[in-house]
Design a binder for this molecule. Structure first.
Ligand code: ZN
Length: 558
């Protein structure tokens, strides 16, 4: 049987250029080799499996190479390079500080450091997981680090930079390694697959890359694992099955159900997910991420932040179109809250189910929003009534409406039918009365009513509140209220909250013929609230000498 070499070893980069996703670091190291300006101590920081040790090894090989290329790469041909490539070089010493962290371990290292290399120019000491050294060991090491022999170079690697003593940090050249991007990992996997003649679907590589969370080594070992499981044909299905990743189709399905306010289907899907052995916390954090991705896909500018294949990106774009910015914000709040309080809850399944129901209730089609809307209407009408007590004895009685709104689907409709008793609807006659309201009002009264409206929507629609609070409406003929706006987005924000805004104005001005007209133009963009001159005036009121100072130095408002 052929000897199997794991891909992480087989495809370990042997030159700086082959290192994936750390271009700026390898560039700097190459420059250092090329210009022969070598520091004596380096600290490589970053998450596991992103190439710290690999770079340290390439670095030691390159500085010992007998004819390194003009770009600062090792030739991989000379005797020194070959001894490195065959792991028999005496110029490199690796110490794993996780298991050798005592003073004695460091002392024996220091002993070794004194001996100059027999072949090559430099001895490189790689100390992995250096934050694990005991503080006594650190102190013993400090002296050597401060005055190392000219042939010695230390490369310390750590995943936890904050645990490194400042005295060490200040003596090192520090390199921060990044998590490798999903795209870069997926590309490298595709390269390996091609070299190994392994069939694979791009979506599968994407899943592996995402699961690896920025680490190349992990990605490659997942890759090996699935390749052998799936008999060298890596499909999306085999990948999610092997890595215990929840199929993102579930999330797409769920969001569709949220938008349709379909609580029953939503709960069934969740049940299905649990039956497949996924835990609820895993699920909710995945859902959180999915909604974040929709939010990112919602705006053309941020689409690039999506780390998915092109096909999936299209799917995100389409679903994002069906949602709304307000839906996404609120949904994100709900999933986030659910994730945060997950650990402290007793019944975790119910906890997630409640969040799912809340998500369904965000839809304008949900029974809750219909009930809320109607209750709001009733409240308004009742208020109007109490103000219009012209002939109280003739006032028609509020009627109790037992039938649920027609849009409901049956099962939930039945549950909520009982609740429906509280649903009070006004008789048509009353509505007609409302339509006759046409009290005349002035621009000043409009501004007054506007202010009242702004205050009353502050809690319920914060987005609209910010907007209406900053604009000044203008009264036109026929009770048309012109609203100056600076973008279509602002217009749609107002349109979404139109019912509530309008009802407040009607209530205050006692005129139901009011209409909104939008005047969208760039000029309406409010200028910054305080100019520098404004600020200066306020300060000058507190201290008059300020203006004298300004005049003396002939200063202007920048
Ligand atoms: Zn060489």
């Amino acid at each position: 049987m052929e000897n199997f070499i794991v891909s992480a070893r087989k495809y370990r980069p042997s030159t700086f250029d082959m290192v994936v996703g750390q271009k700026s670091i390898t560039g700097t190291l190459k420059n250092a080799v090329r210009t022969k300006q070598l520091a004596h101590a380096f600290l490589f920081c970053g998450p596991r499996g992103v190439g710290k040790t690999t770079c340290a090894r390439i670095f030691s090989k390159t500085i010992n190479c007998e004819n390194s290329t003009p770009e600062g790469e090792a030739c991989n041909e000379c005797e020194s390079c070959q001894s490195f490539n065959e792991s028999r070089s005496y110029n490199i010493h690796e110490l794993d500080a996780a298991s050798n962290n005592s003073v004695d371990d460091i002392r024996s290292l220091i002993e070794q450091v004194r001996i100059p290399p027999q072949i090559g120019t430099h001895s490189v000491y790689i100390i992995d997981e250096v934050h694990m050294l005991s503080s006594a060991a650190f102190n013993a090491f400090l002296k050597t680090l401060e005055e190392p022999p000219s042939h010695a170079i230390f490369v310390m690697a750590t995943t936890e930079k904050h645990k490194i003593l400042p005295t060490i940090l200040s003596r090192c050249q520090i390199f921060d390694f990044n998590r490798i991007k999903v795209k870069d990992i997926a590309e490298q996997l595709a390269y390996v697959a091609q070299r190994e003649n392994i069939e694979c679907e791009p979506a599968a590589l994407q899943v592996i890359a995402q699961k690896a969370d920025g680490g190349m080594r992990d990605a490659l070992s997942y890759f090996d694992q699935i390749a052998s499981f799936a008999d060298r044909n890596i499909t999306y299905q085999s990948a999610i099955q092997n890595l215990n990743v929840l199929d993102y189709e579930y999330y797409f399905k769920l969001v569709d159900f949220f938008l349709a306010a379909d609580i029953s289907e939503t709960l069934l899907v969740f049940n299905d997910i649990l039956n497949h052995g996924f835990d609820s916390q895993h699920f909710i954090s995945g859902l959180n991420r999915h909604i974040r991705d929709l939010l990112v896909a919602y705006d053309g500018k941020t689409v690039e932040l999506l780390e998915v294949t092109d096909d999936t990106k299209q799917q995100y774009l389409e679903q994002a179109k069906n949602t709304g910015i307000q839906f996404l914000f609120k949904a994100l709040q709900i999933t986030n809250q659910c994730e945060i309080s997950f650990k402290s809850t007793q019944n975790q399944r119910l906890h997630v189910e409640l969040a799912l129901m809340n998500l369904c209730n965000l839809s304008p089609k949900s029974i809750l929003s219909i009930v809320e809307k109607q209750t709001e209407q009733v409240k308004q009408n009742v208020q109007v009534e109490s103000k219009e007590k012209v002939q109280p004895q003739e006032k028609p009685k509020a009627k109790v409406n037992l039938s649920p709104p027609s849009a409901l689907n049956t099962s939930i409709g039945n549950v909520l039918n009982a609740e429906g008793k509280t649903l009070v609807r006004k008789e048509k006659k009353q509505v007609e009365d409302n339509q006759e309201r046409n009290a005349v009002f002035t621009q000043e009264q409009l501004l007054d009513a506007w202010k009242y409206m702004v205050e009353s929507v502050q809690a319920s629609s914060p987005l609209a509140y910010n907007l209406v609070n900053s604009v000044k409406p203008l009264l036109k003929d026929d009770y048309v209220v012109e609203i100056p706006l600076s973008s279509d987005f602002q217009k749609s924000t107002i349109e979404k909250a139109r019912d509530i805004l309008m009802s407040k104005l009607i209530e205050k001005l006692n005129n139901s013929k009011i209409k909104f007209a939008y005047n969208v133009s760039e000029k309406a963009r409010p200028k910054s609230v305080y100019t520098n001159e404004d600020k200066f005036k306020v300060l000058n009121e507190k201290n008059e000498k300020l203006d004298q100072l300004r005049q003396r130095f002939n200063l202007d408002f920048g």
